[in-house]
Design a protein. Sequence first.
Lengths: 85, 144
Amino acid sequence: MPVLARLGLRVGGGRRFRLWIPLPLVYLLLAPLLVLAMPVLLVLCLHAAVNPVRLLAVAGRILAATRGAAVEVESREVSFLVHIR
Amino acid sequence: MSEERRKILQMLSSGQVSAEEADRLLDALDRPSAPATPAVATLHARPRYMRIEVHSEGDDEGPVRVNARVPIQLLRAGVKLASVIPPRAQEHVNEALRERGVPFDLSRLRPEDLDELIEQLQDLTLDVDQDGDREKVKVRVFCE
């Protein structure tokens, strides 16, 4: 599972902002929301004829696979980067 | 989460290392260990990432660079996601693709196909040069 997200942003010739987000904390904060959203998700899955267990398994797999992903965009006006570790 | 990652995060939270040092340590953990012999490593090396680089030289806004690194595991997980899509929705997607001139059947997408694609991408560097009136775009897609 990814453990750290690094975000960077620079607008114009201004200062570059950098932010390190410890993702385990984000998971802890989002866990109660996920529990609350579970019944809605279940109803939607049944309506769309999707196996909810399989969907959750794939979603977890996608989340786990994001480790190592990185996007950097740099132009004269704006530059930003997202690194997931 | 591995024990090493947990230790690094604990050191970060206790202030023993700075955020940048923790970032470097995590980066070092992600890096594969040095191979014993380069020849053996070349034979068995499997790409871990697909890299997409776009370099556009616009006239008005100056040059724009985009550099994206996508883990191969993420592509594999995406293929799995396609298998979760209900058949009726798959038909809609297939029809929309067909209308846009892409005769592709989502239901036939298998992880083995992706393995074959990755195998081909390993030795492939795709260079696209577009010389328009105002800008020049270069795109490179390769696995590393």
